[in-house]
Design a protein around this ligand. Sequence first.
Ligand SMILES: [Zn+2]
Length: 268
Amino acid sequence: MNTTLAQALTCTQCGGELHPDEGQIFLTCPYCGAAVFIDKSRVVFHWYLAPTFDEEKARASLRRWMAGNQTVKDLDQKARIVSAAFEYFPVWYFKTQPENGPEITAIEPAAAISISELRQLKLLAGDLRKYDSSLDSQAHTPTVPLQAALDWLSQGQLPAGEVKEQALVHIPLFTFKYEFQGRTYTALVEAGTGAVFANIYPAKAEAPYMLAGGLTAAVFLCLAAFPVIGALVDGGSGASIGMFACIGAGVIAAPLLFALAAYVAAKI
Ligand SMILES: [Zn+2]
């Protein structure tokens, strides 16, 4: 009998006793063939998400995101992709089903990553496959213990006490580096669905829009004051003169402001 083990490790699926080698964390159950991950004294299922995007398709997905509304205009043409790397990145996958409620799933990275947006990844249980040791060479080793992930989870997405299911999932991930105006940015493309994740990117500037909008409001407020000022200065006729001035100036100002707005929309 092995007395060095504090407690017996048992398979999540069949309950069979597991005897991993020293330091072994990825294991296939010898009784039922389940792929499991050993986190200290806990055993959880180990899945992976199969990639459906190769590098070319992932690049196309990144270009589409760059051409979208969040990023600066024409980023897809102006940015230069300088590197692409592929790996299976580990995430902790949590699931709960409140009574009479919809199923809730949550993701926490199981290794250090600069792009925290990855938490927004939606994993569908039906897409998960049993982890295969042939992926080992491309699989990033988990460094965040399950308990740490559970602690984070309870601070945000899910109360840890309500977690009904937990597993380790290796997700296929392309990490792209691209350059734009002398700076280097990072974007992730999840190769199962093509979803793009980025924390920092050349965003569409809001200041010019605010400026154009503010200027328009200021001009019309100013014009609306003409009749009031006219009335104060010279009673009824003053109000009439002010009204005419307001309409006249408004007719001149409107197309100029419209042109400014159109210019801002086209350039930014
Ligand atoms: Zn088993």
